[in-house]
Design a binder for this molecule. Structure first.
Ligand code: AOF
Ligand code: ZN
Length: 356
């Protein structure tokens, strides 16, 4: 059906904003006149113009007179609020587009049906729900913040052919191949925050930046209850912001934020609350085994990206066991195989065919 083809294009365009628009959603728009695309646009960066505005701006001078006879396809309900930009719904009314076809409605309190009402009241025909599940999957991080009031949580680890995540002495040991490592750095540019546990930070001294890919570094988070990790460790360098979760200290020192939590209670829900308040819409957890398991046992994870590697450790620390995980996809990455597991309670079901 035509509608699906154009919304599909909107979704593809929206993905060009990946890693640049958070905490906003990724949004794409196309303008169609009698079976011809006369404009395309997407939300390119946080604070910048919305997809519909960029789409209208892309229409050639000689096609401008066609706008009132055209259909606007957009992957998210046009906004109704004065935010960083004026409301898109009003703009579409002003341009007198004939019809608006939408993938997802916008759960943001400031919009939430109001955009659609503005259009309908102006006599514009509106259709919603085209490729809705695909849109919810693509914008799962945004929807998680709006609907569940918590960031979307991704677990990531590599395991040996014999099911171990690290040597018994917990020393740093590279299991996955350079190809997988680069993919992991790409992922880092796409999530708002990245986290490791105390032992991993102390022993491996990871930097947790996206230095092998082009894009932004995520907020780094480390658990260090008693502030024992030397500040000469890389997590304290000035390449990115860092949150140090601890039991005694709060406040900011340069790029380091000391975040005091109650360690007598489970710290995972406390952290997710803090991330929500800070508008961080996703978290990728990169180990070690103990931290990953604490997310799993709390049921506070949404997807797990597990590299099955050819390396053998024979005697090592067993990889975490996912409860409630459903294997959704297996993809070769060099000589590793990436297994994607989705939590069966994840309200944003996996849709194949879109990059993660
Ligand atoms: C749209 N088209 O392309 C996007 C929308 O702060 P602002 O003004 O940029 O508004 C951000 C909110 O607007 C965001 O939370 C979401 O509800 C909506 N995003 N809406 O019509 C777009 N990016
Ligand atoms: Zn808008």
């Amino acid at each position: 059906m035509h509608h699906e083809q154009y919304i599909q294009r909107c979704l593809e365009l929206s993905l060009l904003g990946k890693g640049r628009v958070s905490p906003n959603p990724m949004v794409g728009a196309v303008l169609v006149f009698e079976g011809r695309i006369i404009g395309e646009g997407w939300h390119k960066e946080y604070g910048g113009p919305h997809a519909e505005v960029n789409c209208l701006a892309s229409v050639k001078e000689e096609d401008k007179h066609l706008i009132p006879h055209s259909t606007m396809y957009v992957s998210l309900e046009p906004c109704a609020h004065y935010g960083k930009t004026p409301p898109c719904a009003n703009r579409l009314v002003q341009e007198q587009v004939k019809e608006v076809i939408i993938c997802n409605t916008d759960p943001n309190d400031k919009v939430d049906g109001k955009g659609i009402n503005i259009l309908k009241q102006a006599g514009i025909h509106v259709t919603t729900g085209i490729l809705e599940a695909e849109g919810r999957w693509i914008n799962r991080r945004f929807f998680s913040m709006q609907e569940r009031k918590r960031p979307y949580v991704i677990l990531k680890w590599a395991q040996s052919a014999d099911g171990c995540i690290a040597p018994l002495d917990r020393s740093r040991y590279q299991l996955s191949t350079p190809h997988s490592q680069q993919l992991v750095h790409k992922w880092r540019t796409e999530e708002d925050a990245i986290m490791v546990g105390y032992t991993t930070a102390l022993n491996d001294d990871p930097q947790l930046t996206a230095r092998l890919w082009k894009g932004k570094n995520p907020l780094r988070i480390v658990v260090d209850k008693n502030l024992q990790i030397p500040t000469t460790h890389k997590l304290y360098d000035d390449e990115a912001e860092t949150w140090v979760l601890n039991s005694s200290k709060s406040g900011r020192e340069d790029n380091v934020e000391y975040v005091q939590l109650d360690f007598n209670e489970n710290i995972i829900p406390q952290l997710l609350d803090k991330l929500y308040s800070a508008d961080k819409q996703s978290l990728i957890v990169e180990g070690g085994a103990k931290l990953l398991e604490s997310f799993i046992s709390a049921g506070l994870w949404d997807e797990a990206r597990v590299f099955a590697t050819e390396a053998k450790l024979s005697n090592g620390i067993p990889a975490p066991k996912l409860q409630d995980g459903v294997l959704a996809e297996q993809t070769p990455v060099g000589s590793d195989v990436l297994h994607l597991y989705i939590n069966k309670n994840n309200p944003y079901p996996f849709m194949p065919g879109y990059e993660l």
